[in-house]
Design a protein around this ligand. Structure first.
Ligand code: IMP
Ligand code: MG
Length: 184
């Protein structure tokens, strides 16, 4: 039923252009996980996923890691019905662990203007971790307002509004197993 619904979404909605298939996403995640596992082989690591968009990416990524990790979550306010960031980012729910002295990787769904991730990294750094790196599913660079380079990037696009695999438009499409560009 769910499969049929998902097929009909892609078939009957011509404005959804495929960007990454399930298989392509998994391939890229395997290679990212290999890189992270090698980089933190002799270190403790805490992954902090940004809700809600990164929930699927995190769950696939952690299952490919070959090192022990701790996991936490942080939730930031979203665009609401709009499709662009206003720079006024609020923390809806903060992390529950003490990150002092720890190696952190923030797991984020997408970096667009760069405002959200810049503010989040500054917030985490103020809590005294050993270091903070960023792993992002989609690096979308055309609208960047603050220079920001993620340490681990699953896929890069120039522009578009992407949905699926955790990414939403007004809370819809997060459950799609692949990533699409939603044409308006
Ligand atoms: P930034 O502050 O402009 O970098 O926006 C980052 C946040 O906006 C991301 O964490 C997403 O939640 C959301 N966002 C930006 N672009 C897209 C997109 O193409 N699809 C879905 N969400 C997006
Ligand atoms: Mg987000």
């Amino acid at each position: 039923m769910k499969e049929r619904l998902q097929q009909s979404i892609s078939a009957e909605t011509p404005e959804m252009v495929p960007v990454l298939s399930k298989e392509e996403i998994q391939k890229k995640i395997v290679s990212l996980a290999r890189q992270i596992s090698a980089d933190y082989q002799n270190d403790r690591l805490l992954l902090i996923a940004v809700l809600k968009g990164a929930f699927i990416f995190l769950s696939d990524l952690v299952r490919q890691l070959t090192i022990p990790v701790e996991i936490d979550f942080i939730q930031l306010s979203s665009y609401g019905q709009s499709d662009s960031s206003c720079g006024d980012i609020r923390f809806c729910s903060d992390i529950s662990s003490d990150i002092k002295g720890k190696n952190i990787i923030v797991v984020e769904d997408i970096i667009d203007t760069g405002l959200t991730i810049t503010k989040l990294v500054a917030h985490l750094k103020s809590l005294g971790p050993k270091n903070v790196r960023v792993c992002v599913l989609i690096d979308k660079y055309e609208r960047r307002e603050i220079a920001f380079k993620a340490d681990y990037i699953c896929h890069t696009v120039k522009n578009g509004f992407l949905v699926g695999y955790g990414l939403d438009y007004a809370e819809n499409y997060r459950n799609l197993p692949a990533i699409y560009d939603l044409k308006s």
